[in-house]
Design a protein around this ligand. Structure first.
Ligand code: SF4
Length: 64
């Protein structure tokens, strides 16, 4: 699984970082970044939750 943040959509609310700080990091430019592109399986749940909770659906997930 590879999570991706679309920076054209992200509004920097920080929800993804709250839900899964191992993978998402809000930076000074007000956008969330993926800091772990090969997350361990135990993080898949929190990553999917973050994607579901993102208010602008900026998080997509490449399976595989
Ligand atoms: S939850 Fe969505 S809008 Fe909020 S910081 Fe994360 S990617 Fe950006």
């Amino acid at each position: 699984m590879k999570p991706i943040v679309d920076h054209d959509l992200c509004i920097g609310c920080g929800i993804c970082e709250d839900m899964c700080p191992e993978v998402f990091q809000l930076r000074d430019d007000g956008l969330a970044y993926v800091i772990n592109e090969s997350p361990e399986p135990e993080l898949y749940g929190p990553i999917r939750d973050a994607a579901d909770m993102c208010p602008v659906e900026a998080i997509s997930i490449e399976e595989g």
